[in-house]
Design a protein around this ligand. Structure first.
Ligand code: ADP
Ligand code: MG
Length: 308
């Protein structure tokens, strides 16, 4: 069973970036208002994600690294119905089975913080520890027990860049959360809590953005477009998740010109088909025509409801 866990972990996690992504999503699911990521050697040697969220109850601590014990919901199709990023209860299990893992957490109902250490998925101990409210997950030597995988990890530098980009993307989706990244002891990213999407994006890119809101009864398109000519870049979110949909991305690119464009789409879950591999972030839409119309409007209309 351990070997199977390791192999399937290799399928869930490509490398440090996937690991950081899962840990950030867990922090956001735990209602964190602050997420601090630390990596050493592009995350190959060390990854830490620290948050000020609800924490993990000491009784749950050994359970969270077990497979599928924590799924919040029953079916994959449901993921867009709930505000949670996590839904399979698979990430920590996978990470734990291919690393040396330390979780330190103080649940908001508890006085004491507890620490769990696991190696290759086996719990070494759970004991009281010192920490502040929230959770810290530390991942040492990812794939240390899966040498073939470890050997084929991307270069440190490539991985570091991917992690920076990943954090930026989540920071776009959640301006109400502060994000920080320390890489090899140096602070490379610090984004304090922002009051709006626009404020967060302006901080992130150092450019001015105009925000527009176009909606019909069911669908809402929030678009942020850089004001000055800029390196063209498109970011696309559905219900706060960074997603990939080739056709819509092309469609948006076709209208973006020389601008940075960030589109937040809010749609009822029944219009989104998530029946694609979750890791690839692919989604399909029913009524794509209407979604396209609304996106077009966001580009065309000069005086839609502009938010402050
Ligand atoms: P999932 O997110 O799909 O439920 P994970 O393996 O990512 O599965 O996490 C397992 C469980 O561990 C979560 O459901 C949550 O209860 C708990 N957990 C993980 N990380 C945190 C965190 N940072 N703060 C609070 N609880 C956490
Ligand atoms: Mg999760």
């Amino acid at each position: 069973p351990e070997v199977i866990s390791r192999i399937s972990a290799g399928e869930v996690l490509e490398g440090p970036t996937d690991c950081v992504k899962e840990l950030i999503e867990n922090s956001l699911d735990a209602n964190a208002s602050r997420v601090k990521v630390e990596i050493v050697k592009g995350g190959k040697r060390y990854i830490s994600v620290l948050d000020d969220g609800t924490g993990i109850h000491p009784e749950d601590l050994p359970l969270v690294i077990r497979n599928h014990t924590t799924s919040k919901i029953a079916s994959f199709e449901d993921i867009f119905k709930i505000p949670y990023y996590g839904f399979r209860g698979e990430a920590l299990h996978s990470i734990a089975s291919v690393s040396r893992l330390v979780i330190r957490s103080k649940h908001y109902t508890q006085e004491v913080c507890y620490e769990l250490k696991a190696e290759g998925g086996r719990v070494c101990y759970v004991r009281p520890s010192a920490c502040s409210a929230g959770t810290q997950v530390e991942v040492y030597d990812l794939f240390y027990n899966l040498p073939v995988r470890r050997k084929f990890l991307r270069k440190e530098d490539t991985e570091r860049k991917k992690i920076v980009e990943l954090i930026k993307v989540y920071a776009m989706a959640r301006p109400d959360v502060s994000f920080e990244l320390i890489s090899d002891g140096k602070r490379v990213l610090f984004l304090p809590r922002a009051n709006s999407y626009r404020e967060r994006l302006e901080e992130l890119f150092g450019e001015r953005f105009e925000e527009r809101l176009v909606e019909d009864q069911y669908i809402r398109v929030r678009s942020l477009i850089s004001v000055e000519p800029s390196k063209a870049q498109v970011y696309f979110f559905v219900n706060s998740r960074p997603v990939y949909n080739r056709e819509l991305l092309e469609f948006i690119r076709g209208r973006a010109g020389k601008a940075k464009v960030v589109i937040f789409l809010e749609v009822p879950p029944y219009l989104v088909d998530t029946n694609v591999h979750p890791k690839k972030r692919e989604v399909k839409f029913y009524k794509e025509g209407i979604i396209k119309e609304l996106i077009s409007e966001a580009f065309e209309r000069k005086h839609t409801s502009v938010l402050a």
